[in-house]
Ligand binder design. Structure first.
Ligand SMILES: CC(=O)SCCNC(=O)CCNC(=O)[C@H](O)C(C)(C)COP(=O)(O)OP(=O)(O)OC[C@H]1O[C@@H](n2cnc3c(N)ncnc32)[C@H](O)[C@@H]1OP(=O)(O)O
Ligand SMILES: CC(C)C(=O)C(=O)O
Length: 508
């Protein structure tokens, strides 16, 4: 008999705690919708007490998502719980997630509380949350470095107080699989009423053990797993949910567990998270990396030609990687285009469909074959495009480059006051010349802290995608731009970051 493990996705909360990640409300909503399509049981939409921007995004997600449970994180205090409930109360299936640390070091040095005080706070706050919401998850932060008998005592009391999910995080990614499994076994054997609740894993990857620890937790009684897409998250990140789901599917001969995830949605979800967070997936990443299905060496290629299973344990199709994904071309009309948008899972207003169709037609003039990846990148830009009134627009640019002189860029932009300004500057390279010129035309004080260029799809006419991190008036913000031309993508990314600094993102 296969047991189905519940999937709790925390990409929008722990994932967003990754340094440099700044998602705005529209982007978070698009991610939540895709997570629902992927089939996750629970979406942790954010930490509403941490900022007004986070509160607003969680509320919007709670009002939109219908199939998955929507939860929000709260410290064990009334203000955080009130904010969490206020944000999620419209959800079809709301859950409040209350946490407090249980390890000696966290209780003594961080919370400055005795173990008895921590028990009292946890019990009182679970009771308080339960008066508002029937579904309460309680997390013992740093559970894996906690005293097991203390952990059993506090868990027994929070269950009596009304918690129906108990989460035991390996907060600092310190535990080894055997130890993590033994903690679950101990709790299963020593807490009365433990069978009334879901027990949950939450593993960080500091020592590269997140997936092994998660599986050890499941083998010892966990019925829910917390993690993120692409494994993003605080420090070295969380367990990558796509890796867990595919591992359980491929080795179902070995493990009697499965998840309800729609595996074909994995690649698209991974691409979306990577694009919107700017956290590029390494080529060799399991399940979703660019090279995960590539065979380079002669002996491997020979084997694959004779029988793919000699070297391929996962088929690209299983996780939604398209082998021949040519979709639409120069002569496609609006009806076929709209139909394709729906198939890709987008719901766009008529205005956005018109804008997308215009961009698509421009692309077909410049690119012979428009692939599903191209279309997805284009639609994601339109869907999450910035529509705040205050923004800079790129009107045109030229870069003069020759090998004997420093490149010079001439750029024309429209400012938020609708003025058209033109400037010219040089730089050590073409991108620097472009960025020096744009900087001279805008009012904000900007420092570039990171620049990444990658390609969407394959071949010399693949789209270029640029992700950058800037400090705009001393506030960190990220931006992205996609174009067939590398310099145009770089210019779009720069202005996208500056424009994003005008709207609500993390920390507002
Ligand atoms: C393991 C995890 O991932 S936990 C989630 C981490 N996520 C975040 O921190 C989200 C972003 N954080 C923030 O925006 C801010 O830290 C806020 C708004 C949550 C709090 O800001 P501030 O009120 O300025 O407090 P600050 O962050 O400096 O310190 C945290 C305080 O919360 C207390 N605290 C920490 N965890 C808990 C808890 N679970 N329950 C109750 N109190 C807690 C700390 O002891 C400290 O209290 P003190 O001020 O009495 O010393
Ligand atoms: C708040 C909890 C669930 C957490 O993120 C952790 O302990 O890592």
């Amino acid at each position: 008999m296969t047991q189905t493990i519940k999937i709790f996705d925390t990409t929008l909360r722990d994932g967003e705690q990754s340094p440099g990640v700044n998602l705005n409300q529209i982007e978070k909503l698009e991610i939540a919708k895709q997570l629902e399509r992927l089939g996750v049981d629970v979406i942790e939409a954010g930490f509403p007490a941490s900022s007004q921007g986070d509160f607003d995004a969680v509320k919007k997600i709670a009002q939109t998502i219908t199939k998955s449970t929507v939860t929000a994180l709260a410290r064990a205090n009334k203000n955080d719980i009130d904010r969490a409930w206020e944000a999620i109360k419209d959800a079809k299936k709301p859950r409040i997630h209350v946490f407090i640390a249980t390890s000696p070091i966290h209780m003594k040095d961080k919370l400055k509380k005795t173990p008895e005080e921590v028990i009292n706070i946890a019990v009182e706050m679970v009771k308080y949350a339960k008066q508002k919401c029937h579904d309460i998850e309680w997390s013992a932060e740093d559970a894996s470095r906690s005293d097991l008998s203390f952990l059993a005592t506090i868990i027994e009391k929070v269950i009596d107080a009304g918690a129906n999910v108990i989460n035991l995080p390996d907060t600092v990614g310190y535990t080894m699989p055997k130890e993590y499994g033994e903690m679950f076994k101990y709790i299963k054997e020593n807490v009365p009423n433990i069978d009334r609740v879901d027990l949950s894993t939450h593993c960080h990857d500091d020592l590269g053990m997140a997936l092994a620890n998660t599986i050890a937790g499941i083998q010892n009684g966990a019925t829910q797993v917390e993690g993120t897409i692409n494994g993003i998250g605080e420090r070295a990140g969380n367990v990558a949910l796509e890796e867990l789901a595919v591992a359980l599917e491929i080795r179902k001969d070995f493990y009697p567990y499965s998840t309800g995830l729609v595996l074909k949605e994995i690649k698209r979800t991974s691409d979306m998270i990577s694009k919107l967070t700017g956290m590029i997936v390494p080529g060799n990443k399991a399940v979703v990396g660019r090279n995960a299905f590539a065979h380079e060496s002669g002996i491997h290629q020979d084997g694959v030609l004779k029988n793919t299973q000699t070297y391929e344990i996962i088929t690209p199709e299983m996780v939604g990687v398209q082998s021949n994904n040519l979709v639409l071309g120069k002569h496609s009309g609006r009806h076929a285009f709209k139909d394709r948008i729906t198939q890709l899972g987008f719901t766009l207003s008529e205005e956005k469909i018109s804008a997308a169709f215009k961009s698509f037609k421009l692309l077909t003039d410049r690119k012979k074959e428009v692939t599903e990846d191209d279309l997805f990148a284009l639609l994601m830009d339109i869907q999450t495009g910035i529509s705040n009134r205050k923004q800079y627009k790129l009107l045109s640019f030229q870069v003069h480059y020759d090998s004997d002189h420093s490149p010079t860029a001439t750029v024309k932009i429209e400012t938020p006051n609708k003025e058209v300004v033109v400037g010219e500057k040089s730089g050590a390279g073409s991108v620097e010349a472009l960025y020096n010129t744009i900087e001279s035309l805008i009012e904000e004080n900007v420092q570039l802290t990171d620049f990444t260029l990658s390609s969407v799809g394959k071949g010399k006419d693949a789209l270029a995608e640029v992700h950058i991190h800037l400090n705009v008036d001393n506030q960190p913000v990220s931006g992205r731009g996609t174009s067939q031309d590398v310099l145009e993508a770089a210019a779009y990314a720069f202005l996208n970051a500056v424009n994003r600094s005008f709207i609500k993102v993390k920390g507002d």
